[in-house]
Design a protein around this ligand. Structure first.
Ligand code: SAT
Ligand code: MN
Length: 601
């Protein structure tokens, strides 16, 4: 009766049906017809509004419940048997207790709804790090987003066969239609959101939210939290990183992965349109990167996703011309504004929104009435689009081997102290830079605006185990002399001058910094040693044609002595909060940082 004989799936499905009591069960095949049927259904229910086919063909917009607009970190749990395996940075509940509590919530939670079975594969066929998952969900909105974001459907069921194993991902929006209760356009249960991970049994149970990473479980839940846990014992890395290919004017090719906390322009960097003639940047991924050891001892990186779930707010022809083109058709928008012409619109977009706009809460306002309408788009408004719509997608992005990394870039948003760019002195120094990564917050959801938040490796919300064990796992890569490790860099595009203005132009001009990295990787140029690592000498960054002077450039390449010394104290304090297991090598790196800071003039 079902299109699978996978024993684990059939057993689990039976249990879930018994618990959640859906009205019907539907196995997703991943076809275009299925996408069209479900989008039509979402239009009928009021979840989707179809955008004008003249403006943006085959595209839809959804407005979420105002209480369900983002990932919720305080409702995200890592449920390992021992609390210490989850570590100081994760919320923890005993797995049995959590399952008992969640079973109460999931009981009858799908009444009146269809349960969709979504088989998905993270990673191309033949990849050594390929992971399977199956999401059981009562959200059709999730299914259509998954069509873009992952390889899913019948082919995956076939790959799994009778005995294939997979991550069990159970999801309910928590809005059963008991006793003819009418449906709403964005069903959810915001007071009872739980995003629970059981890494030891390879499971996710997510309840109450239909938004983003809370609901598209393949993404942060499987590809980062469960995968990072697995990667630790299997000696690979599951990272919150972009992946890009850079071709120099002489035809040399270098691949870079990059970790940035949110609101640091990670997607824009991944899709950059370089300002320097002769340089080419192509994208392989904008959010998640799995890194494993290749036969030649180099580290190979793969993007396990097939789409982009990017922030709309602030995306425009200057910040990201490539993605603007990609989202001109066949795109799902969530919580952007809607124009009177039936197009999506958000603050920062150059297009004229017309005289009236419907904001993400569904209220119609005169566009000129800035005060009343607040912002048309939510700060966390999103577009979902297939990777293949990106014109500068690298042709080998689905190579099962992955691509060999030349460099790993860490970056944060720091208005002072951290240099524009520095090159780690060694792998362990690079791990130190990653472990102390910090960024000033820009959205109130992350604490008050402008606060410095430590976000090691940009993995604070995504590491599926104890953060100090994660640091040790990274350090382990230097143990074998058979490996040819990538060089590690730290960047900060966001240094400000005394008048509070950004000094570095950023965006397409960042290619100038990457060009310097490539010179360093190739061993062709020297550099100046600082607490943060090696920074460029005098004229080594090409600033031809920029408004910035050499003096200004130098002002954002140096580190201030007093600020560096207070950074030492903050890092010490941060490490203490992580518990007793911070690896000795990192404590040693902190001492070296302090010595070098003390010696600054
Ligand atoms: O909603 S997601 O978790 O996919 C994106 C994000 O918050 O980083
Ligand atoms: Mn992300």
């Amino acid at each position: 009766m079902y299109p699978t004989n996978n024993k684990k799936l059939l057993d689990w499905l039976l249990q879930v049906v018994d618990l959640c009591e859906p009205r019907s069960i539907y196995f997703c095949n991943g076809s275009e017809d299925e996408f069209n049927d479900l989008s039509e259904l979402l239009v009928e229910r009021g979840t989707f509004t179809r955008l004008s086919n003249k403006k943006r063909p085959n595209s839809f917009i959804a407005f979420s419940d105002p209480m369900d607009t983002a990932r919720i970190e305080d409702k995200t749990y890592i449920c390992t048997r021992s609390k210490s395996d989850a570590g100081a940075t994760n919320n923890w509940v005993d797995p049995n207790e959590m399952k008992i509590a969640l079973s109460h919530l999931f009981r009858h939670s799908m009444r009146g709804r269809t349960l969709y079975v979504v088989p998905f594969a993270m990673g191309p066929v033949g990849s050594p790090v390929l992971q399977y998952g199956i999401q059981l969900t009562d959200s059709a909105y999730v299914v259509v987003n998954m069509h873009y974001m992952a390889r899913m459907g019948t082919q995956v069921l076939e790959e799994l066969g009778e005995f294939g194993d997979f991550a069990c991902c159970l999801h309910s929006v928590g809005y059963p239609l008991n006793d003819d209760r009418p449906d709403v356009s964005w069903p959810c249960q915001p007071d009872n959101i739980y995003i629970s991970h059981f890494p030891e049994s390879n499971e996710v149970w997510s309840f109450g939210s239909g938004y983003g990473g809370n609901a598209l479980l393949a993404k942060k839940c499987v590809a980062l939290r469960l995968a990072s846990f697995k990667a630790k014992s299997e000696h690979w890395l599951a990272e919150h990183m972009l992946l890009m290919k850079v071709t120099t004017p002489t035809g040399d090719i270098h691949y870079f992965a990059g970790a940035f906390p949110s609101a640091c322009g990670k997607t824009n960097l991944a899709m950059m349109s370089p300002s320097l003639a002769g340089w080419k940047v192509e994208t392989l991924g904008d959010d998640i990167c799995w890194i494993s050891i290749g036969q030649d001892g180099r580290l190979y990186a793969t993007n396990p996703e097939t789409g982009f779930f990017g922030v709309a707010q602030g995306t425009n022809r200057t910040t990201n011309p490539n993605v603007i083109k990609a989202i001109s058709h066949d795109t799902i928008f969530t919580n952007t504004g809607l124009t009177e012409f039936g197009d999506a619109w958000w603050e920062g977009l150059e297009d004229d929104p017309g005289s009236f706009i419907t904001d993400w809460r569904g209220s119609r306002f005169a566009s000129s009435d800035q005060d009343k309408r607040k912002t048309a788009a939510h700060l966390n408004s999103r577009f979902t689009v297939r990777a293949t719509q990106l014109r500068n997608l690298s042709s080998n992005w689905q190579d099962p081997k992955g691509v060999p990394l030349s460099g790993i870039i860490f970056g944060g948003r720091r208005s002072s102290l951290v240099p524009l760019v520095s090159h780690a002195r060694s792998w362990s120094h690079g791990v130190f830079l990653g472990s102390t990564l910090a960024s000033e917050t820009t959205a109130a959801a992350m604490g008050s605006i402008g606060m410095l938040r430590r976000d090691p490796f940009a993995m604070l919300p995504f590491c599926g185990y104890n953060m100090v064990d994660y640091f040790a796992h990274w350090l382990d890569f230097a143990e074998s002399d058979k490996l040819v490790l990538p060089e590690i860099f730290l960047v900060n595009w966001f240094r400000k001058n005394e008048s509070g203005e950004y000094v570095w132009p950023g965006y397409g001009e960042n290619i100038r910094i990457i060009a310097w990295m490539i010179e360093r990787i190739s061993g062709r140029i020297g550099a100046v040693d600082t607490p943060f690592g090696f920074v460029p000498e005098g004229n080594d960054i090409n600033i031809d044609g920029l408004a910035i002077t050499n003096k200004e450039l130098n002002s954002i390449l140096c580190a201030d002595r007093e600020q560096s010394l207070s950074e030492v104290q903050e890092i010490r304090h941060f490490y203490e909060k992580l518990g007793s297991g911070v690896p000795k090598q990192l404590l040693r790196e902190l001492e070296i940082f302090e010595e070098k800071a003390t010696n600054l003039s």
